[in-house]
Design a protein around this ligand. Structure first.
Ligand code: SF4
Length: 359
């Protein structure tokens, strides 16, 4: 029987699919016809029967597909009696920390509140910290903050500071720490940092592959929002910098339990669970399990969508700027009840023009 290794994970998109290797990391693109066949007949069929079931127009393609799966060790051949030895991986995501990360914008308005909160251990049991530091904060204050946080149990600290500090000798010592990563920004860091054109241009959305934990998280949660919080320049607590919903203010948080009330609230948890299978267009995208999109989903009528279009069009597999790209809105339309309805005929014609015939 042909069997997919348990650590291989297939994500079917509208036009093509991705195949992911949990153990070795990374992914490759595969045609939908192959993805659907190996998902459907996994552990149920012999090599020759799969060849018949796939009924490709060009049969030499089957050998090409099979060799690809075999060479990459995605599938193997085994006796039917062995199949029970290969149990599926449990994809349920659990994370042992209250939050995965906190991003703190340090400004002259909130620096004292931030210091007090760090000293009160409000951010206890959070492994990753990122500080975005307004340009007018002095190196000595930055170092004071890193010293407080360094004394806690943390896995990583990232400091995003303005280029003007690059030559400052004050940072040489903290740059030696294996826990601290200092990044110098060439964008002015002030209260308008996240809405500046330069920031928006640099981050239409983030797209990073972080391995199997991310895949597991993406099956149940939104990987940009889940277990993250952001403290803005007024010490307002939000999900992430792009959020408009204010969950509280750090000045009113006296102890860790007060913060836990916020992150256990329905308003916080509900948005974490809007994973990309629930968002229009993203649910048709083969990159949805590895995408960290920083657009905030909004509910319109019966569906979740985002105000702006993604730079990637999953219906024609083209990024904005690539030859042949057209915007998503030209590949279908939004219907009140069903959300985005792809225009199948138009997409099929476009894909033939761009990519040639199927298979
Ligand atoms: S459409 Fe864009 S935002 Fe949505 S999953 Fe695909 S790449 Fe990510």
């Amino acid at each position: 029987m042909l069997k997919l290794f348990s650590d291989i994970f297939i994500v079917i998109g509208y036009t093509r699919s991705t195949i992911h290797d949990f153990t070795r990391g990374g992914f490759k693109f595969i045609p939908n016809i192959l993805a659907k066949a190996i998902k459907k007949y996994d552990g149920k069929i012999e090599y020759l029967d799969l060849k018949k079931k796939m009924s490709l127009n060009r049969m030499d393609l089957f050998n090409e597909y099979y060799n690809f799966l075999d060479e990459n060790e995605y599938i193997f051949d085994t006796e039917e009696s062995n199949l029970l030895n290969f149990i599926p991986i449990n994809m349920h995501y659990e994370y042992p920390f209250d939050l995965l990360s906190v991003i703190i914008f340090i400004s002259s308005d909130n620096i004292n509140i931030i210091k007090a909160s760090l000293l009160k251990n409000i951010f206890f049991n959070i492994p990753h910290f990122k500080f975005i530091i307004e340009d007018n904060i002095s190196p000595s204050e930055i170092i004071e903050i890193t010293n407080i946080i360094h004394s806690k149990f943390v896995a990583s600290i990232t400091l995003l500071i303005g280029n003007k500090h690059k030559k400052s000798s004050s940072f040489k010592e903290i740059e030696k720490s294996s826990l601290i990563n200092v990044i110098y920004s060439n964008i002015n860091i002030d209260a308008n940092y996240f809405i500046s054109d330069e920031y928006q241009k640099r981050y239409p959305f983030l797209f990073l592959y972080k391995g199997h934990l991310q895949l597991m998280e993406a099956t149940e949660y939104n990987t940009y929002l889940n277990k993250r919080i952001f403290i803005d320049y007024q010490a307002d607590i939000k999900h992430v910098p792009e959020s408009t919903v204010i969950l509280g203010n750090l000045s009113q948080i006296e102890k860790k339990d007060d913060l836990l009330i916020i992150i256990n609230s329905d308003i916080y948890k509900n948005i974490c669970s809007i994973h990309r299978n629930k968002i229009e267009v993203c649910r048709d995208c083969e990159l949805r399990m590895i995408c960290i999109d920083n657009r905030i989903p909004i509910k319109i009528d019966n569906y979740w969508c985002c105000k702006t279009e993604c730079s990637y069009n999953p219906y024609i597999c083209k990024w904005k700027g690539e030859e042949g790209y057209i915007p998503i809105k030209e590949c279908g339309s939004y219907e009140k009840e069903t959300g985005f309805v792809p225009d199948k005929e138009k997409i099929s014609k476009l894909n033939k023009q761009i990519w040639g015939e199927d298979e």
